[in-house]
Design a binder for this molecule. Structure first.
Ligand code: IMP
Length: 429
């Protein structure tokens, strides 16, 4: 039985939630391997709506849920999320929830720095979620982060905080900010430590055991490949690797464990925050797609930018992430349009490109080359087989598949779990 790795193949918000829920209900363990509480995920089970940012999706149904070492963990956000879910009747114990003890922490000083930098950047700002993600990853790579396991060694935390605070004080001085209140930070950490430590363990070992027992593991990616720190639209990216390969490094299992790579792809394109967006629509078609698709950020409530499907980008992200098959979501948002467009290439300085060049200025300057297809007036919402789809919607899906050079494994036709056309079951592949 294969494991499954789910990743976003655009700029995030591809509709991973529904697909992940469906897969999580059939998995024995669900693992988050990168990002932090910048992700947003709404789960509807029966009459209850659960909002998750940091916890893996399996948590709601009691499936073993694991936060891997590749995640940056805000312990206070974790506590708030756990308490909120417990208030809704979800049972979270060290039996069904584990945190990698080598996971770096997001501290209030990271959130401060995120905000200060964004405010100072003016129009050049990245448009982060303001959760301190970038600064926390910087401290990890700078080898001065406080990690979960450090909370079990409070006696040596003092020294570590000296190093960390010296670095942050220098940065804060540049923003005319007072130095870090080191004693307050230490006492906050001492206070939260027992809460975090009850779940902390070497999760690579737990996963090894689970894997040996033949369990199905779902690796739950956050954000999307175009926000990847290496492969995304740098510098307008998040600070982690969002590609499928991170599932291995960010959890402590080898690359042969990650199984079927399911790329989640929206039938059009959206992005939140700043940065290049070749197929962005700033007309009434874009507005219509945004309204029909409810394109508002789950975490920040910001309106998402909207555009036509960009096959160049998705072909690139599927290749970079070794996508086995895609889940095409929100096709119903395109219902009722006279025509639909797909970007098949770019024009830049008189040349045609079949990929997105790496330089930010080139990414901003590329002009999309479109192929126009006839739309469909009938509804695709709720379709559960190809036969239920209008012929032009089928043509659209087939053309997408051809252009991105990756097979469609499933098509999602509404937020309801059952409204899915399944061609290949990732867990059975
Ligand atoms: P950060 O991850 O908060 O540093 O934000 C960096 C960029 O990633 C910004 O453009 C955010 O809007 C974007 N971003 C971060 N998390 C998500 C997400 O879950 N969905 C979509 N965009 C995201």
């Amino acid at each position: 039985m294969a494991n499954v790795t789910v990743i976003g193949a655009q700029w995030g918000d591809e509709g991973k939630g529904k697909i992940v829920d469906w897969l999580a209900s059939r998995a024995d363990a669900v693992v988050r391997f990168q990002g932090g509480h910048n992700a947003g995920h709404t789960l509807v089970v029966g009459d209850t709506t659960y909002k998750l940012s940091l916890l893996p999706s399996g948590i709601v149904t009691g499936t073993l849920s694991i936060i891997g070492n590749g995640v940056v963990l805000d312990p206070w956000a974790l506590k708030a999320e756990i308490e909120k879910l417990e208030g809704q009747g979800v049972v979270i114990t060290p039996d069904n929830f584990a945190i990698a003890d080598n996971c770096p922490l997001i501290l209030p000083i990271h959130r401060d720095l995120d905000g200060l930098r964004e405010a100072a950047a003016g129009t050049g700002k990245i448009g982060t979620t303001g959760r301190g993600i970038g600064p926390a990853y910087e401290d990890k790579v700078g080898r001065r982060a406080i990690r979960v396991c450090d909370l079990a060694h409070l006696d040596s935390l003092d020294l570590q905080l000296d190093r960390l605070c010296a670095h942050h004080d220098a940065l804060r001085a540049g923003f005319d900010q007072s130095p870090v209140d080191r004693d307050a930070l230490l006492s906050e950490l001492c206070e939260i430590a027992p809460f975090v430590l009850q779940y902390a363990q070497p999760v690579w070992k737990r996963l090894k055991k689970v894997r040996k027992a033949g369990a199905k593991i779902l690796f739950e990616g956050a954000q999307g490949v175009l926000l990847d720190i290496d492969h995304g639209t740098y510098p307008f990216v998040t600070s982690s690797n969002t590609v499928s390969g991170t599932a291995a490094a960010g959890s402590g299992l080898g690359p042969n464990a990650t199984g079927f790579v399911l790329g989640i792809v929206k039938a059009y394109t959206t992005r939140v925050g700043s940065g290049p967006f070749p197929t962005e629509l700033e007309d009434e078609v874009g507005q219509r797609l945004g309204e029909r698709g409810h394109e508002f950020g789950t975490v920040t409530g910001r309106q998402r930018r909207v555009g036509w499907f960009d096959a160049v980008l998705v072909r690139q992200t599927c290749s970079i992430s070794g996508v086995t098959g895609i889940a095409l979501t929100k096709i119903d948002v395109l219902d009722g349009l006279d025509e639909v467009k797909i970007c098949t290439g770019y024009r830049l300085n008189g040349q045609v490109y079949d990929y997105l060049p790496s330089h930010a200025a080139d990414q901003e300057a590329v002009e999309p080359i479109y192929e126009t297809m006839e739309g469909w007036s009938q509804s695709t919402a709720g379709a559960r087989s190809y036969a239920d789809l209008p012929a032009n919607a089928v043509k659209y899906i087939q053309r997408v598949q051809e252009l991105i050079e990756t097979p469609v494994a499933l098509v999602s036709t509404s937020p309801e779990r059952e409204d899915t056309i399944l061609m290949r079951d990732p867990f059975m592949d």
